[in-house]
Design a protein around this ligand. Structure first.
Ligand SMILES: Nc1ncnc2c1ncn2[C@@H]1O[C@H](COP(=O)(O)OP(=O)(O)O)[C@@H](O)[C@H]1O
Ligand SMILES: C[C@@](O)(CCOP(=O)(O)OP(=O)(O)O)CC(=O)O
Length: 195
């Protein structure tokens, strides 16, 4: 890789609707695994950084789960689409360029092109994880349907056509998240140990 680090041993690519809990789950896993073994990479990180700079916005607020980023989401989606159209791997490359840990978790895949980039570059290491929950749970977490966002490729691009390696149900009153994450954590520990 261009950053000179050895290739990762395991890449878990998370996707799911907004407020399904992608950040929550990946943060939880990272706390368990520790920063020396595992990093959380966000494809939206370099996107938000560049977008904030060009539009004079508060990057920290855009990176937070609160309402600020929602005001700009539709515009950020459009802005990102233009970049991706000419170079589908643009944000994947930027998001991964400084990662050196043996386990990577990408918290926000949204389009088939995101997954394809990792599958083609790291075919042995890449596994896909879908985080899902009911709309009711998402509403409890502050979600409401927004036309132009919830019906766009950004939210629906992976609804069909992918057989996910792992599915995590993250409903408020559903199966224990801890239990569901055990096999993934085990996989990550084994990958890190083999580094
Ligand atoms: N299992 C959970 N238990 C408690 N709170 C959760 C859980 N999953 C998600 N949340 C909360 O719901 C909100 C949305 O989750 P987040 O991880 O930001 O979703 P996403 O990244 O998919 O948009 C956050 O405030 C988060 O802390
Ligand atoms: C413009 C975006 O990158 C904004 C993504 O922001 P977050 O990744 O913070 O979103 P959720 O975790 O789903 O709430 C979407 C895109 O289409 O690239």
């Amino acid at each position: 890789m261009d950053h000179g680090s050895p290739d990762p041993r395991l890449i878990l690519i998370f996707s799911g609707k907004r407020k399904s809990g992608k950040d929550y789950v990946t943060d939880l896993m990272q706390r368990r695994l520790g920063p020396a073994q595992c990093c959380v990479l966000r494809l939206s990180g370099p996107l938000k950084q560049q977008y904030a700079q060009e539009h004079g916005l508060d990057l920290n607020e855009l990176l937070s789960p609160g309402p600020y980023k929602e005001q700009y989401r539709a515009s950020m989606i459009n802005w990102g689409e233009i970049r991706r159209r000419s170079d589908p791997g643009f944000f994947c490359r930027l998001a991964t360029r400084e990662a050196w840990q043996p386990v990577w978790m990408v918290s926000d895949a949204r389009r088939l092109s995101d997954l394809q980039w990792f599958w083609s570059k790291f075919p042995q290491q890449t596994q896909s994880v879908r985080v899902q929950c009911s709309d009711r749970t998402r509403q409890q977490r502050g979600w409401s349907f927004t036309a132009g966002v919830d019906d766009s490729e950004s939210e629906c691009g992976l609804d069909r056509g992918v057989e996910f390696d792992w599915i995590i149900n993250n409903d408020t009153d559903g199966a224990s998240l801890e239990e569901q994450l055990q096999p993934l954590l085990k996989l990550a520990v084994e990958a890190a140990d083999s580094h």
